[in-house]
Design a protein around this ligand. Structure first.
Ligand code: CDP
Length: 208
């Protein structure tokens, strides 16, 4: 039976960096669940569908083919045969992904695809509800956080147009799968950590 490490937290809290390093150190498949929500959002926008029209979003979801895979221990996603690549982090996807991922049918579909990754091997999966919904049984749960100013600055450094604060408000305030600290999760605040000290702290947490 394969095991999962769940890493949740708000935007730019350091989830991807930690997941990547844990994946390399512990030889785990790294799954970015946000990329899956972004891929659905990208397709909805590409088709000119209003991301706030739930019925239209559900209809579009039924019509798209999502292929989730792994390459070199990193999750991959294709929508109707296309890897959206950098477009997953475009300004328009950033502004609409929270609404699209609040649609229950979207979550149901993607949570099931996320659980399927365990058939392939041990995983480290990052997102918003991995410890609470996707793998509630795992004993390995980390909730990452950092000061809002630190998180905004991290996005600016990579030149991404993203309102981190607005997305956090939307993610925390929505009725479906609001961002919260999962039961049993250990909180890791990375504001004062370097990347390396953050990884060491995470490994300490996972050792229990
Ligand atoms: O990397 P970043 O923190 O910017 O975000 P992400 O992990 O790529 O997720 C993008 C958006 O997808 C989030 O703001 C959530 O609205 C949604 N999401 C979600 O609802 N549930 C997840 N497990 C992962 C992402």
């Amino acid at each position: 039976l394969h095991r999962a490490i769940a890493i949740d937290g708000p935007a730019a809290s350091g989830k991807s960096t930690l997941s990547r390093l844990l994946s390399q150190r512990l030889n785990l498949i790294m799954v970015n669940s946000g990329a899956m929500y972004r891929a659905v959002t990208w397709k909805v926008l590409q088709r000119g569908i209003d991301p706030n029209d739930r019925e239209a979003v559900v209809q579009a979801l039924r019509e798209m083919e999502l292929e989730c895979g792994v390459a070199d221990l990193v999750s991959t996603i294709k929508v109707d045969g296309i890897d959206p690549g950098d477009e997953l982090r475009s300004e328009s996807v950033n502004s609409h992904v929270s609404a699209v991922s609040a649609v229950p049918e979207v979550r149901e579909c993607l949570v099931s695809l996320q659980r399927d990754y365990l058939k392939l091997g041990d995983v480290v999966m990052e997102g918003r509800d991995i410890g609470s919904v996707v793998f509630p049984e795992t004993p390995f749960k980390i909730y990452m956080d950092a000061d809002p100013s630190v998180r905004e600055a991290r996005r600016e450094v990579v030149g991404e147009v993203d309102s981190v604060a607005a997305r956090d408000r939307a993610d925390s305030g929505r009725a479906t799968a609001p961002l919260k600290i999962a039961e049993g999760a250990c909180v890791l605040d990375t504001s004062g950590h370097t990347i390396e000290s953050g990884v060491e702290a995470a490994i300490e947490i996972l050792r229990g």
